[in-house]
Design a protein around this ligand. Structure first.
Ligand code: THU
Length: 140
């Protein structure tokens, strides 16, 4: 049996998605990041009229955790689709978020991409970002 309560994590991501501020794309995303000590940090996407500063849900969640002194994680759940509609496909983290998550990667970190608590796919982060450039790359 998995140590991760993926249904609870996905539910938290779905709730966080309700707070998405996405007036330009009309695409609402929620994320829930599980720390190694069992805490959940949630995030939503936050867009900007000057599009570039837009922050994805995953990075919102990660920034909240890091800024509260939490740096070790075991999983993240992501849900996203058109605002006001239930997720109709699996929203996978964008490249920037994969890289940002990899900064705090530890082996086994799992990415859950969900439509609902009962319907999801999962991949280890290192499979979503092969040959990753990360903190260790700067040491050699
Ligand atoms: N978005 C996320 O929040 N996470 C992703 O992994 C994919 C994209 C957001 C960014 C933007 O606000 C909207 O979805 C459309 O790209």
């Amino acid at each position: 049996m998995s140590m991760i309560d993926e249904k609870a994590l996905i539910k938290a991501a779905l709730l966080a998605r309700e707070y998405a501020y996405a007036p330009y794309s009309g695409f609402s995303v929620g994320a829930a990041l599980l720390s190694s000590d069992g805490r959940i940090f949630t995030g939503c996407n936050i867009e900007s009229a000057s599009y570039t500063p837009t922050t994805c849900a995953e990075r919102t969640a990660l920034v909240k955790a890091i800024s509260e002194g939490v740096r070790h994680f075991s999983a993240i759940a992501v849900v996203g689709s058109k605002t006001g509609e239930p997720p109709s496909s699996f929203c996978s983290p964008c490249g920037v978020c994969r890289q940002f998550l990899y900064e705090f990667y530890s082996p086994g970190f799992m990415v859950y991409m969900a439509k609902s608590p009962d319907e999801f796919i999962m991949r280890p982060l290192d499979e979503l970002l092969p040959l990753a450039f990360g903190p260790k790359s700067l040491l050699s």
